[in-house]
Design a protein around this ligand. Sequence first.
Ligand code: SAH
Ligand code: SF4
Ligand code: F3S
Length: 477
Amino acid sequence: MENKVIDESVQGSAVMLKTETSFVSDSKKLYVESYGCQMNFSDSEVVASIMNANGYATTRNVDEADVVLINTCSIRENAELRVRNRLTEFKSKKAKKPDLVIGILGCMAERLKKSLLEEEQLVDLVAGPDAYRDLPNLVEEVGTGQKAVNVLLSRDETYADISPVRLDQGGISAFVTIMRGCDNMCSFCVVPFTRGRERSRDPETIVEECKVLFEQGYREVTLLGQNVDSYRWNLSSKGEIKDPNRPTVNFAQLMEKVALVSPALRIRFSTSHPKDMTDDVLEMMAKYENICSYIHLPVQSGSTSVLERMNRSYTREWYLDRINAIRRIVPDCAISTDIITGFCGETEEEHTDTLTIMDEVAFDFAYMFKYSERPKTLAERRFDDDVPEEIKTRRLNEIIAKQLQHSLTSNKNQIGQVQKILIEGNSKRSEAHLSGRNSQNAVVVFPKEHYQKGDYVFVKIEDCTSATLMGKVVESI
Ligand code: SAH
Ligand code: SF4
Ligand code: F3S
């Protein structure tokens, strides 16, 4: 996710796909655009790999594409509206170029299935998150004049053997998917319906992918899953060993395996769930310097009664106990969160509970959203979406204002510190500056001098805004 305090985490950034040199210039061209969470961006790299292996070179220019795929998100209504507008634009391109194949992938594809083809006639092809191996066949079917759909969810597809085509060649930081799906049933959430059952990926393939990334010059991997704490290999959900002849691996052990790839490879992970985050994960973070001191731990609400309606399986006290464990075991850890405001039946008092938990924890960063009712979810079936829009907006503004204060204080507290920064590239605002992140995931900007992306440098923090730290490179700590 990007570092912005907004009511919409969905990023409409087109994925920049480089043309592969290994293909002759008359090969067919694929253009992919991704919306939604990091998992979708990661999946688009799997899609590019599958299509490359079937003769499609990737392009960043939609006008020269033979196939346009849009990888979509359903998390909030706005996310879907944005994609619909984009599909209408693509449809007008097809009017001028009838052979153009337009396909929808990801969570909207899974949620809406055939209706996008049949009722709305917006696309030629629909492929859900577990159907990407079938894409070359689906594109071929469209070529023979049919409409193609595959929205089957799988219990075991992890794309473990596919080495993703990195869409930011020469990049520093990569996403590595370690598990797919989600078995939690948070009442507001559409993900269990769009992504299916939870399954973990073979740890050896994860470690191998990280090794290859390191050899290619990457210096940071983010291990991705909807609930990384429930990563388990060869273990049932009850903790029983499935195959006695194979090793078992839990999330803490997986982190250690990846941390051992190289001390120069930083490890991040997302997302942790408060009900499952165990001390052994925190202890592993404390043990390895290259596992970053940063945890994204979505709280959603500070009110136990709201958390119960959300079916989050923890209380305010449980959440605060997990925060204490982080502070005790990884004292320099930054903590960010997700907050939903205006959930079904949320009273003024329950909203105040969210404001007070924010004060108690003092999150370094937060993604904040207005509740958006999603079809088929438990909340849609059980509760009324009864908090009026203007109250949702007012409450959201209150939590945003509070978070801005906390983010500013958190950044101010770092002034004077010397921090180890991994350089990611030029600063967005100035060619003369570089930008990178500290272990705590804060963006740090400093004068370029002779340093380059991929280098680790020590930076003395001299100034800040609520979003960025500014400083100068120093010799060492
Ligand atoms: N698996 C992750 C995050 C999934 S979605 C987790 O459990 O934390 C990212 C965030 O979107 C959620 O944490 C939640 O804050 C928000 N979100 C999910 N469904 C939503 C909805 N219906 N309305 C508003 N925000 C929602
Ligand atoms: Fe959605 Fe909850 Fe699963 Fe996260 S843990 S993806 S919020 S159901
Ligand atoms: Fe969106 Fe699906 Fe991710 S709904 S947040 S793209 S898992």
